[in-house]
Write a protein that binds this ligand. Structure first.
Ligand SMILES: [Cu+2]
Length: 147
């Protein structure tokens, strides 16, 4: 029989995935830690499905824009120079850039759950690397952390 507390319990269970969704921050830095310039911090981030990432620019000249995403996921572009939150509901690896600074290696990797699209990501990475002039090794280092 359903009583009041059973209904409340069921309602709570249904909300559980939302309550568990975490928020993460990626700082888009003109001058980052360790003397790096034009850098995402952290450059590699692992999150769970349903989590949100808050992209926070240090200056008006940064944004975050997807370059490679899992099948069925949605591309994202945050407004230039403004903090913006993106929710990740599709599992896989996402590569993204700061539009003005991608030639300087201002790119990042977000892994949502399992790296189900790793092979596709590696294929896309070959093309993406041709748009990076400096600090090409960064994206390699971030990708090496994808497990
Ligand atoms: Cu930038």
């Amino acid at each position: 029989m359903l009583n009041r507390s059973t209904i409340a319990g069921v309602a709570l269970l249904m909300c559980a995935p939302l309550l568990n969704a975490a928020e993460h921050t990626v700082k888009m830095m003109t001058s980052g830690a360790n003397g790096q310039i034009m850098v995402m911090e952290p450059g590699y981030l692992k999150i769970a499905m349903g989590d949100t990432v808050n992209f926070v620019p240090s200056d008006p000249s940064h944004n975050a824009q997807s370059m490679s995403i899992p099948k069925g996921a949605e591309n994202f572009t945050t407004p230039m120079g403004k903090s913006a939150k993106v929710s990740f509901t599709q599992e896989g690896v996402y590569l993204y850039k700061c539009l003005p600074h991608v030639p300087l290696g201002m790119v990042g990797v977000i892994q949502v759950g399992n790296a189900v699209n790793l092979e596709q990501t590696k294929t896309d990475l070959v093309k993406i690397k041709s748009s990076i002039a400096m600090n090409k090794d960064r994206i390699e280092k971030y990708m090496a952390q994808v497990k």
